[in-house]
Design a protein around this ligand. Structure first.
Ligand code: GTP
Length: 428
């Protein structure tokens, strides 16, 4: 735009200067006309030559041609057109020369022709003598224009520069700075939880930057919402996984318990009793400690079941197990070997102590009172006791000995305790 304005200005300047040239050229006949007509009238070639030379020296003239009507004078100086409208060059004496005009518009001559008259005192009217043609060209116009052009160009450059500064100031104020601030704030965002951005601008009207900022903030809100939802889902999932893990652990514990414990009495089952019993026995062997084992069998349990019901039989089993648990140490191992048959391993207990413990248990069992149809029901248990010895130091052998003693108790009338070591004669 600035270039276009400058070009128009330059063209205008050229037009004005060219017009000035024409105007100036048109004033020349008034100045030189009298001298020329006098010298033509008097055929004073010398005077005419010096007048033409003077005109030629003017900065607006590149050539002058004088032609008399009687064809006696045909003189030209500088660059002039010939009959074929071609440019020819003549020296100050009017002789053709090789010299040419140089520079811009060297051939673009423009001419101004004016007539010359003789106004002698003895004549009333003007006598036409011939014509004078003045030549000029664009080169001279441009030379005069040179400084004007430079001024216009400098002026345009300064104006354009100022315009750029003003445009830059406003663009920077209303676009550059806010955009920079916006970019910096985006870079400073916490990527985990980005927050809506506020720009330090007080524009009230809608513009692209505010729309961009609002869109960004809306996007951030949506992202945060989604992230929050994801977090909640994650927590929910975590909770579900925890619950599921807990369930699995419980199921595993239950399975382990089922594998090692008796579901009715919660005592060790046969397998667990054998595993743990062996460990206690090994320990006692290593530490050379005593260890006793008691086998217990509820008396006439079939009858109890048959007389009162299987449920009462179960109740008898659980109450019986609780009695064992409540009256033995935590270090003692209690197991249900099957049906109504139980065994107890007593670490660090000698046989005589074990007999006492067994007697206590027997007494406590006989004191258990169950109820059937509001009537009390009692039951008893028989026991066999044995102690680990050098000859008998495995669970199987101890169980076998205790079982024999138990059989002895049963045979002797039940509800009694028999120590394996006290059996001298076996019943037949
Ligand atoms: N209620 C109930 N009964 C059981 C359970 N396990 C085994 N029994 C019963 O226990 C009874 C054991 O009977 P027996 O082996 O003949 O022994 P007993 O009747 O106690 O006779 P003695 O041992 O000689 O005193 C059977 O009737 C089994 O059905 C149980 O978990 N619950």
């Amino acid at each position: 735009m600035a270039v276009l304005v400058t070009v128009v200005q330059l063209y205008k300047e050229y037009e004005n200067t060219k017009k000035e040239f024409y105007d100036e050229i048109q004033t020349l006949p008034a100045t030189f006309g009298k001298g020329i007509s006098d010298s033509v009238w008097t055929y004073n070639q010398e005077l005419l030559q010096s007048i033409l030379q003077g005109m030629y020296n003017l900065p607006i003239v590149v050539g002058v041609k004088v032609k008399s009507l009687d064809h006696k004078i045909d003189l030209q100086v500088g660059a002039v057109f010939n009959k074929q409208h071609q440019v020819e060059y003549y020296d100050s004496k009017g002789l053709p020369t090789e010299q040419t005009l140089t520079g811009l518009g060297s051939n673009a001559l423009f001419e101004h022709e004016f007539p010359i008259y003789y106004q002698g005192p003895a004549f009333d009217q003007n006598i036409p003598l011939g014509t004078v043609t003045l030549y000029s060209n664009d080169q001279l116009v441009f030379e005069r224009l040179k400084y004007g052009f430079i001024l216009i160009l400098v002026n345009s450059i300064i104006k354009t520069f100022m315009l750029w500064i003003i445009i830059y100031f406003f663009i920077n104020k209303y676009l550059g700075k806010p955009l920079k601030e916006f970019t910096i704030k985006i870079h400073q965002q916490d990527t985990q939880s980005p927050k809506p951005i506020d720009l330090d601008i007080n524009w009230t009207e809608e513009n692209e930057l505010l729309v961009l900022k609002d869109s960004y903030n809306q996007m951030i809100e949506r992202v945060n919402k989604k992230q929050h939802e994801l977090l909640e889902l994650n927590q929910e999932l975590d909770e579900k996984v925890k619950v599921r893990t807990r369930d699995l652990e419980l199921a595993k514990e239950k399975a382990e318990l089922l594998a090692y414990s008796d579901p009715l009495t919660q005592l060790c089952n046969r397998r667990a009793f054998f595993d743990s019993g062996k460990q206690l026995l090994d320990q006692a062997e290593k530490q050379e400690n005593s260890l006793s084992l008691i086998m217990i069998d509820i008396d006439n349990f079939k009858k109890l079941n048959d007389t009162y019901s299987h449920a009462l039989g179960d109740k008898a089993l659980t109450t019986f197990a609780d009695t064992l648990k409540n009256n033995l140490r935590s270090a003692d191992l209690i197991g249900r070997l099957g049906g109504e048959e139980f065994a107890v391993v007593l670490p660090n207990i000698r046989e005589d102590e074990a007999i006492n413990i067994a007697q206590t248990l027997r007494r406590k069992i006989s004191q258990i009172e169950l109820t059937h149809e509001e009537s009390p029901v009692h039951f008893t248990a028989s026991m066999g006791v044995t102690e680990k010895t050098a000859e008998s130091s495995t669970i199987d052998s101890l169980l076998a000995q205790a079982d024999k003693a138990l059989y002895f108790s049963k045979h002797q009338g039940r509800n009694r305790v028999t120590a394996y070591s006290t059996i001298t004669t076996w019943p037949t």
